[in-house]
Design a protein around this ligand. Structure first.
Ligand code: CP
Length: 304
C-alpha cells in the first residue's frame, strides 16, 4: 500500500504481515536494539486536532528508526490561520517531507489529501470514521495479550462517534470475532456497520448493560464519550456517565479478561481498575510505537 487511509484497504494477510513486522521491531521500540531504517528520511506530522498518543508515538517511532520529524507545531502557528486550504498545505509539505502523517477533524480528509500529496500519507485519525493506525495497534495488542481468531470481544461506550471501534469491528470481522456492543441507545453502533457485520455472518449482540456480559468475554474494549463530536452539548450531558468499569464489576469477569482503551479516558474506567491484571491500556499505548514503526517503514518503502 502506498498510503494508509482505511482498514478496508488491507486484507487479512497484509494485516498479519504488518503485525509480524511490528513484532520484529518491538525490541527497537523498547530501546533494547538500534535501527537506522529511516536514516535520511523526513516525516511530517500534520495534526489539525489534539493528540497525545498518536503524535508522540509516531515521533518516537521515527526517532528510534533514525528518521527526522517535521512538525507543524500548532495549527495556530501555521498559515492555515491565514486561510490556506488543506490541499495547498499538503502540496507544499510534499515538497519538504518524504511522508505525511495527517490528523484532521473532517471525515474523508486523509483520502482527499492523497489526491494532492506527492508522497505517501498515513491517516492519523480523520473525523469519526477512520483511525487505522489505532486499529493496527489494537489488533497487535489483542494478538500479544490474548488471541485474534474467534475472539469474544465487547466494545463499550460511545459506539456512535468513536472512530476506533468503527475501524476495529471491521478488522476483527476478518478474524471471525464474536462481538457485543454495549452502549446507551443514543450512542449505538451505526446501523449500517451492524448490517454489514451480520451480512458477513459475524455474531453481533447489543445491550446497554455491562454487568450482563462481563462474564462472557475475553476482551473489553472501552471508549470515551466523544464530547467534541456532539452537535448539542445537552445530549452529551445526558449520556456522559452512563457506562463505567469498576473493580466491583470485574469480580464477575473471567480472570483472563483484558481491558483495552484507546485513551484518553475521562471517567469510564475507575482508577482502582488500573492495578488489576485486567488493565492493559497503558501497554496498548506503548504498542503504538512498534506498529507505527512497521507502518512507516513499509509505507516509505525501506522494507517490503
Ligand atoms: N488513541 C488516540 O488516538 O489518542 P490521541 O488522541 O491522544 O492521539
Amino acid at each position: 500500500n502506498r498510503h494508509v487511509i482505511s482498514m478496508k484497504d488491507f486484507s487479512r494477510e497484509e494485516i498479519d504481515y504488518i503485525l509480524d513486522i511490528a513484532e520484529e521491531l518491538e525490541p527497537v521500540a523498547r530501546g533494547e536494539e538500534r535501527s537506522r531504517l529511516l536514516d535520511g528520511k523526513i516525516i511530517s506530522l500534520l495534526f489539525f486536532e489534539p493528540s497525545t498518543r498518536t503524535r508522540l508515538s509516531f515521533e518516537v517511532a521515527i526517532r528510534r528508526l533514525g528518521g527526522q520529524v517535521l512538525s507543524l507545531g500548532s495549527v495556530e502557528a501555521s498559515s492555515v490561520m491565514k486561510g490556506e486550504n488543506l490541499a495547498d498545505t499538503i502540496r507544499v509539505i510534499s515538497k519538504y517531507a518524504d511522508l505525511i502523517v495527517l490528523r484532521h477533524p473532517l471525515d474523508g480528509s486523509a483520502r482527499m489529501a492523497t489526491e494532492f500529496a506527492a508522497v505517501p500519507v498515513i491517516n492519523g485519525g480523520d473525523g469519526s470514521v477512520h483511525h487505522p493506525t489505532q486499529t493496527f495497534l489494537d489488533l497487535y495488542t489483542i494478538r500479544r495479550e490474548s488471541h485474534l481468531e474467534g475472539l469474544k470481544i465487547a466494545m463499550a461506550g460511545d459506539l456512535k462517534y468513536g472512530r476506533t471501534v468503527h475501524s476495529l469491528c471491521y478488522a476483527l470481522s476478518l478474524y471471525g470475532a464474536e462481538m457485543t456492543f454495549v452502549s446507551p441507545p443514543e450512542l449505538r453502533m451505526p446501523r449500517e456497520i451492524v448490517r454489514e457485520l451480520r451480512k458477513k455472518n459475524i455474531r453481533v449482540k447489543e445491550t446497554e448493560c455491562l454487568e450482563e456480559i462481563i462474564g462472557d468475554i475475553e476482551v473489553l474494549y472501552m471508549t470515551r464519550v466523544q464530547r467534541e463530536r456532539f452537535p448539542d452539548p445537552q445530549e452529551y450531558e445526558k449520556v456522559k456517565n452512563k457506562l463505567k468499569i469498576t473493580g466491583d464489576l470485574l469480580k464477575s469477569a473471567d480472570p483472563e479478561l483484558k481491558i483495552l482503551h484507546p485513551l484518553p479516558r475521562v471517567n469510564e474506567i475507575s482508577p482502582d481498575v488500573d492495578d488489576t491484571p485486567h488493565a492493559r491500556y497503558f501497554e496498548q499505548a506503548f504498542y503504538g510505537v512498534p506498529i507505527r514503526m512497521a507502518l512507516l517503514a513499509l509505507t516509505i518503502g525501506v522494507i517490503e
